[in-house]
Design a protein. Sequence first.
Length: 173
Amino acid sequence: MTIVIPFLPSNLVAPNFKVTLDNVDYKIIVTWNISAQRYYVNVYGLDGSWVITVPLYQSPPSRAVNSLSYDNLRRVMTVELVAPPLWPIPIGSTGTMTPPGTMVDYYLENFDPTILNVKWRCLHINDTYFEFPLANDPGQINVLGSVGRYLSMVDGIFSSTLIYRNGAFEVSP
């Protein structure tokens, strides 16, 4: 279950809240760095021990899906997104866009059948299409959901995710 924590930015008081990451409670303190002119997310154990500090960065908004199709021969699901606004998001510090052939983690949300509602390692084809392997045909798609790209600020440290989007932190176990 995802927990949403609204974030009210402040340069005067460091907002803080408790979260559970990998079934352990931690304290998050969001600080403003005057030199970098940006916020940083600091993760501390409840005993005050420092775990990690990362810059606050925002995950892009989810995109609507235009169609899904399953290829029985190749055993892949092809996803067509609705008109590309700001996707794919820039990667690295060069500002270059995600090139075709790159493997990207996309999260499918609010689909029926619900078997699709998880993170998929996908082959990025272009701004509108991507594919992911699926052993069996999921059957008729009753509800088309959306696709998100979650940029977890604790990726590589925790299995849980801590993302920031739409003015709030989202924590998932």
